[in-house]
Design a binder for this molecule. Structure first.
Ligand code: HEC
Ligand code: HEC
Length: 307
């Protein structure tokens, strides 16, 4: 497959590659035929460092044959493997195919290791030291870059080790999140709320829900405007896991707290995505991972607690 719109580069690469090989062959042929005029003692007549002379001998035969073999090998290789522009090569080898083969082989080798967990309940798996160790390693390799190596997240990336969930915290919900990914969408809401003053007032009302520092006059003025938010966050502000709308009454803030952070949220909205892993990880790996993540916020459900 080529990303170019014309085949100019394909022809160019092919011409330069084949031209280079042909030029090597020609050079070898010409060098074998042309004799340098030699003096009677069979030297070229050049003298260095007073007495160092150059003999006028042809290349040794075995050396010439090495060159010939190299040229033949080069041509055979280019016929078998992709190397000449967009020509795919007779063997049909591709980088992607090689990668797929290796991945399939690795997955097949791992399958027996995961077989033990196939019928295990998530709660039991969380207590199993081997499952826990595998889960931890999978997490470090696939999840830590966003959620942190302690799974405690950072701004925009949720903490997975607390009991607070955007999309639900049962092992099943967690498995669904990992396999299919999640997209949390909060649209810009300023127009629905009213003037910039109204937006500030709602922000203070939101802060009041969690008992965070706020201006109580503004909060009471903003209370009625919160109806614009209720469809997703609920009348009481406790959120809705089906929509990924966070609970605003706890003190957990994914995108920061304070008037500035919340007015920005209302004015700009936010689209936040957890990438689906079903293509990357096997079903068994996702199952083990889900139990591991679930155990992080359920103390008592870890191998240490089971002992
Ligand atoms: C590219 C960054 C990224 C990677 C990699 C990533 N996540 Fe996420 N994850 C996110 C974001 C962002 C969210 C929040 C989505 C939202 O706001 O709705 C999230 C949400 C989640 C949630 C839902 C949390 C809740 O409160 O409901 C779980 C569970 C989760 N991730 C687990 C994982 C696991 C396990 C992995 C490794 C296989 C992983 N994530 C890899 C970015 C990532
Ligand atoms: C269409 C549904 C929807 C509506 C309406 C909505 N929100 Fe949201 N809101 C969300 C979602 C989903 C998120 C989480 C975004 C993410 O995944 O990062 C969110 C996040 C937030 C956050 C960030 C919470 C945190 O932990 O950092 C605040 C604050 C917030 N909303 C306030 C409001 C206010 C105030 C209104 C009304 C003016 C409102 N929302 C209306 C869906 C909605």
């Amino acid at each position: 497959m080529s990303d170019f719109t014309s085949n100019f580069w394909s022809v160019f690469v092919t011409a330069v590659t084949l031209g280079g090989i042909i030029a090597c062959g020609l050079l070898l042929w010409m060098a074998g035929r042309k004799k340098v005029a030699a003096t009677s003692d069979n030297t070229t007549g050049h003298v260095w460092d007073e007495d160092l002379v150059e003999m006028n001998n042809p290349l040794p035969r075995w050396w010439v044959w090495l060159f010939v073999i190299t040229i033949v090998f080069g041509l055979a290789y280019l016929a078998a493997y992709p190397g000449l522009g967009t020509f795919a090569g007779k063997l049909g080898w591709t980088q992607l195919g090689e990668y797929q083969n290796e991945m399939d082989k690795a997955k097949a080798e791992l399958a027996p290791l995961y077989a033990r967990f196939a019928d295990m309940k998530p709660e039991d798996m969380a207590r199993d030291p081997q499952a826990h160790a595998i889960g931890e390693r999978l997490f470090m390799n696939n999840c830590a870059q966003c959620h942190g190596s302690d799974a405690r997240g950072s701004k925009g990336f949720p903490n997975l080790a607390d009991g607070d969930w955007l999309h639900g915290g049962t092992p099943d919900k967690i498995r669904e999140t990992i396999a299919q990914g999640r997209t949390g969408v909060m649209p810009p809401m300023a127009a629905a709320v009213g003037s910039p003053e109204d937006v500030r007032n709602v922000s203070h009302y939101v802060l009041s829900l969690s008992g965070s520092p706020h201006d109580s006059l503004r909060a009471s003025l903003g209370k009625s405007k919160f109806s614009a938010c209720a469809a997703c966050h609920g009348m009481d502000g406790k959120g809705n896991a089906a929509l990924g709308a966070p609970n605003l009454t706890d003190d957990v803030w994914l995108h920061g707290w304070g008037e500035a952070a919340i007015t920005a949220m209302i004015n700009n909205g936010k689209t936040n995505q957890m990438p689906a892993q079903a293509e990357k990880l096997t079903e068994a790996q996702i199952k083990v991972l889900a139990s591991y993540v679930w155990s992080l916020s359920n103390s008592g459900a870890s191998p240490a607690a089971a002992q």
